[in-house]
Design a protein around this ligand. Sequence first.
Ligand SMILES: Nc1ncnc2c1ncn2[C@@H]1O[C@H](COP(=O)(O)OP(=O)(O)OP(=O)(O)O)[C@@H](O)[C@H]1O
Ligand SMILES: [Mg+2]
Length: 583
Amino acid sequence: MASNEKKLRKQAEKGIWKSYFRLMFKAKLPWGWIIFVSALYILSATVTLLFPDFSSKVMTGVLKPYIIWGTVGLIIADVIMSGLVRFFNKLLVAKIDVSYRSLIWERVIKSPLRFFDSMKPTTMITRITTDASKISTVLGSYLPSLAATVYGTVGVVAVVFSYNWRLGLSVVVYIPLYLLFNAYYGKWNFRAFKETYNRLSILTQFLSERLMSVPLIKTFVTEKKEDELGHKSLQYYFKANMRRYIIMWVENPINGILSITSDILVILYGGYLVKAGYIQLNDWVAFFMYIGMLWGMLGSYLMMYVEIKKSQGATDRIAALMDGDLEVNEGKVGIEKLDKDILFKDVAFSYGDKPVLGHVDLTIPVGKVTALVGPSGSGKSTIFSLLQRFYEPDAGEIFVGDTSISDIHLKDWRNLFAGVAQDSPMLSGTIRENILYGVNWKVSEFELAEAARKANALDFINGFKDGFDTYVGEAGSNLSGGQRQRIAIARAILRNSDILLLDEATASLDSQSEKAIQDAMEQLMRGRTTIMISHDLSNVHHADQIIVLSGGTVDGAGTHEELLKTNELYRHLVQLHTGSSAS
Ligand SMILES: Nc1ncnc2c1ncn2[C@@H]1O[C@H](COP(=O)(O)OP(=O)(O)OP(=O)(O)O)[C@@H](O)[C@H]1O
Ligand SMILES: [Mg+2]
């Protein structure tokens, strides 16, 4: 049983290493720079290796000019080399950072919508920022220094043995002891690190969520409770950190004892060897310095091990991100214009394991207005998502004429649509940038103003001091819901697409603006394939076809008059509406 667990853990470990290397090659690392910095490290290690040999002679009174100048030269070279290594190392880390972040960002933005349903934005931000920088720091600092450290260790051991093999051997036996202790210590340290990391991500998630819901907290007067919750979360993080500090502190005395006993050995045994004439005084001094270097190098193996271990969690998370499917752009068929009806044939769909649509058959006639009505949650917006191929149906297919839309080039297909939703997304920037978002042809000032005027937005835009150059705030937060909606309408007017998707497009407007926009919309809809969702049934009377959805299936379809006669649910919805607007 236990061995089975161990086997599984070993396999998982292997998998982590695999993804580590796979990611390294996917990220297009700056290999030229890595090799260059590695070479710098090796040069720097050579200078360091030569130093004790020269300086020990100076210290013990061997004052030949080449020894003195050699020592001075090595001191200067060491300063210059370590400066260069530090500089180019930082540069390399930054370069690797960019390659990893670009790789992740490209991947994320090209992922299908399904991917975003299961991944919180805060999580994704952590992947792109913290996780990526963890990997790049480790790869950038330790990968190039690894070769130099191995070279240095072998060099030190060789030099030490060349001075006196007995003394060398007495020190080298410490190495396995040191490595054994530190392998265990490294695991312990890593566990403590993981705990703080988890606590920190819980804390971050707590803070970001609460900060986004400040109005909710104020409305329900829960400041005191939230204050306590925040305090608790902070305390957990603090305690985990304390544990980690204690573990980090323990390393010092234990490794200290190991290195002190080896120093004492070198002093006592070496002193005896000098006295007995087995080795020279300057060799003994050099020996002492080399042993100090050896401990330093062993220490950096430990550090590498711990840091690589720490970064493997990040690698694992990023690798999981990279394994998902991408949106496929390559359809066989191009399309420039919608000139045939759109047909849903026995379409079924679920979000995860939650079925939302089942056996949906419907026809959306080209150039006509189709309205989708039905209770909240009946799947209306989901039909819009399927139409735009944000998701693929689980069963059945959507056709344009005889062509399945999954065979059409995705970019061409999406270019056919313009949409206005109740909650129209905005990006920080100016009103102009938001209206022109995704428009890739030259738009004159006049056309821009015309689109805004038709959307009944020109008056309020001109009311702002900066007009079209008014900054809309993060996600459009400086604008009201109705203003955002009218900007979205102006955007749709400019885009001039074949298919218009209106999801509660006028829901945030007062009746006066709504009337003005309704007129503009009617103009916009003319000759275009329009599909509209509206809870306000007075908006849909004029539609060429009304489709009634209920619980993910089509309950009926026809004109207003036909449905009034034949469809129970539609009659009920109309009654509800007239009842509520009468009261
Ligand atoms: N991203 C999603 N992940 C999981 N479930 C979802 C997701 N989006 C919608 N749903 C669920 O799918 C069902 C249909 O949702 P949809 O948004 O299509 O309804 P709707 O008819 O547009 O409703 P409303 O009139 O309230 O806008 C609902 O039960 C909803 O909870
Ligand atoms: Mg909806």
